[in-house]
Write a protein that binds this ligand. Structure first.
Ligand SMILES: Nc1ncnc2c1ncn2[C@@H]1O[C@H](COP(=O)(O)OP(=O)(O)OP(=O)(O)O)[C@@H](O)[C@H]1O
Ligand SMILES: [Mg+2]
Length: 393
């Protein structure tokens, strides 16, 4: 007799397709899939007539494909789903439609959502494909309509969103923690704490006093700022588009509900973040570098970019201008807006730089940090100008 094979032990955290996903999908089918899901996702994969069938009109074998995107996560996926569903109630198809959330063991959740067939991320469309500026502009218009739908959801369904957190200050603590981690991991960069510098033509004060000034400025600036539901991670990789006729179908994906209700410029900063040359650090990190020169009086950090194609960099630059143009439209109404936008962008850059921990990414990390410092320098300049304007008035 052959010994029964030993049981297969899966590494912790593995999703067991046979014992978890298949029963979950069967349960969904038993419950009956909603009509719009069937329309959007269920396709006849194959039909084979069996022949015969005198009494019946048709007898045959059928295979049905269910196209769904699956996302595995923890209990936070419940809030993720709440956000997507509520926004879609305000404006259909802003996010992929949610089909089901299945609870697995250990607090894990499996989200089934509409699979966006034939869609490409906006990151790819800007950086990797030869998308025309006219097309990128059309897609951007959809993104801004989506962002407005997220805000409307907050106004119209505030009670339903009560479970989402309110983040009073999404910038200060994050900047301090992540900048601290980056400087701690690169001895040469510690000079940035105590000395002033120049980065991309912007004067950057020493970071220690700058962060202290930020702590003093933020509560006042943010108390006057609007608060709204935010997407929470609106970078270009979280926007997906597909050509439809002369236009595009555009969806947002992957919101971060832990940001919740906060300064609307949080989303604007994320959008601008990958539109600046920093986007290259995720596409082509090997070509992103920065040189640091330190003198007695201060430092100079110069990011150097050698993208694989000059045309691609030109396309990115026009896309950045277009994003800036749209974000600048409301600036005049709110004097602290420009300063908050710089901060939001700096926070997004610093978040990315902190993720580039691998030794081979050291150049790209400094490259991204340079753009964060430029934004912090710009923030400081705007705040100082505002203060001198106010005292002179
Ligand atoms: N509904 C969907 N239909 C088709 N593709 C999808 C869908 N959702 C996600 N994707 C693809 O999977 C990728 C990763 O998904 P998602 O952004 O949700 O994951 P993530 O791990 O949270 O990403 P990140 O943290 O990098 O933003 C997306 O960039 C997109 O290419
Ligand atoms: Mg994502």
């Amino acid at each position: 007799m052959v010994d029964p094979s030993p049981p297969i032990v899966l590494p912790p955290g593995t999703v067991d397709l046979a014992s978890e996903v298949v029963p979950a999908v069967r349960a969904l089918l038993r419950r009956g899939l909603p009509d719009d899901f069937v329309k959007a996702c269920v396709r006849v994969g194959a039909f084979e007539a069996f022949g015969g069938g005198y009494k019946s009109e048709l007898v045959g074998g059928l295979r049905i494909d269910v196209n769904a995107a699956m996302k595995l996560g923890g209990p936070e996926l419940d809030r993720h789903v709440l956000l997507m569903e509520r926004v879609n109630r305000t404006r259909e198809r802003t996010f992929p439609s949610v089909q089901a959330v299945v609870k697995l063991t250990g607090g894990r959740r499996l989200l089934f959502m509409e699979q966006l067939l034939g869609h490409t991320t906006l990151l790819d469309l800007v950086y990797r494909r030869r998308t025309s500026m006219a097309d990128l502009d059309k897609i951007l218009s959809h993104v801004f309509v989506g962002v407005r739908a997220v805000r409307r959801t907050h106004r119209e369904q505030a009670r339903a969103l009560a479970r989402l957190p309110r983040t009073t200050d999404p910038y200060g603590p994050r900047l301090r923690a992540k900048l601290g981690a980056i400087l701690a991991g690169d001895r040469e960069l510690r000079v940035l704490r105590k000395k002033p510098g120049t980065v991309l033509g912007e004067n950057v004060p020493p970071l220690d006093p700058l962060l202290d000034a930020l702590d003093a400025w933020l509560p006042r600036a943010l108390s006057g700022a609007p608060r709204t539901l935010c997407h929470g991670d609106l970078h270009l990789g979280n926007v997906m588009a597909r050509r439809r006729g002369r236009g595009f179908s555009v969806r947002m994906i992957d919101p971060n509900p832990d940001v919740g209700i906060t300064d609307p410029l949080y989303d604007a900063g994320k959008l601008l973040h990958f539109a600046e040359p920093v986007g290259w650090a995720t596409i082509d990190p090997a070509h992103c570098r920065a040189t640091l020169r330190v003198t007695k009086r201060g430092y100079r950090l110069e990011p150097r970019l050698a993208p694989s194609s000059a045309a691609a960099e030109r396309r990115r630059a026009s896309f950045e201008l277009s994003v800036r143009d749209r974000l600048g439209a409301a600036r005049r109404r709110d004097p602290t807006r420009s300063a908050r936008l710089e901060l939001a962008t700096a926070a997004a850059h610093v978040g990315l730089a902190a993720l580039l921990t691998d030794k081979k990414d050291a150049g790209a990390r400094r490259f991204v940090l340079a753009y964060a410092l430029r934004a912090l320098g710009a923030f400081h300049r705007i705040v100082m100008q505002e203060a001198s304007g106010a005292s002179g008035a």
